[in-house]
Ligand binder design. Structure first.
Ligand code: SF4
Length: 190
């Protein structure tokens, strides 16, 4: 007998119960009314951005990219399909008209924010990282009468967040260590 994964089992039972429930729901809603089931829905898996537990989500989006549904990922070993109410609100977080979609920059000492392009932001960050690293790089420290190599950039730090998944953290750590950053932290530990 073929073995079903937990997710396949839920998909099959959802499809069966959906086919049983939809006709009666249609009748309750007024007889022959048709449901707008023509929309293309794409599903993807991701990680809840709210806390360091990193629960897995199955996120459904419509053709415009808007999130239309969020569920716990039954195949994620951390939450196994369970979710708390906060993570269900990811939909509101993503679709909110208040969400910032552009780079906002406030210059040192300025009181106003300016809108900038992503290209400007990326090259500005690279420029400032290079300048800070060049100015603060420590090649050796004295231990007794010896110069011991340390090769560290003491002028800046990196902080990750709960929305970073394992791959993000791996890449960030590799990049920061290659720059010589020693102050490497995660928001969930603070
Ligand atoms: S679902 Fe809840 S417990 Fe899980 S990562 Fe999100 S906020 Fe944390």
């Amino acid at each position: 007998m073929p073995q079903l994964t937990r997710r396949q089992f839920l998909q099959v039972t959802a499809a069966v119960s959906g086919s049983l429930l939809l006709p009666s729901a249609a009748q309750a809603a007024g007889g022959d009314k048709k449901f707008p089931l023509h929309k293309k829905i794409g599903e993807g898996v991701t990680i809840c951005p709210y806390c360091s537990c990193g629960c897995g989500l199955v996120v459904a989006t419509d053709e415009t990219g808007h999130i239309v549904n969020v569920e716990g990922d039954p195949e994620n070993p951390i939450n196994r399909g369970a979710l708390d109410p906060k993570s269900i609100a990811v939909r509101q977080l993503s679709n909110s008209p208040l969400r910032l979609r552009n780079v906002m920059y406030r210059a040192p000492g300025a009181t106003k924010w300016e809108e900038k392009s992503w290209d400007w932001a990326v090259s500005e960050i690279a420029k400032r990282v290079k300048k800070t690293r060049d100015e603060s790089f420590v090649r050796t420290v004295k231990v007794g009468d010896k110069d011991v190599p340390v090769n560290r950039a003491e002028g800046f730090a990196f902080i990750g967040g709960a929305a970073n998944n394992t791959e993000d953290c791996y890449l960030a750590t590799k990049l920061m260590r290659s720059l010589g950053v020693v102050y490497l932290e995660h928001q969930a530990r603070l």
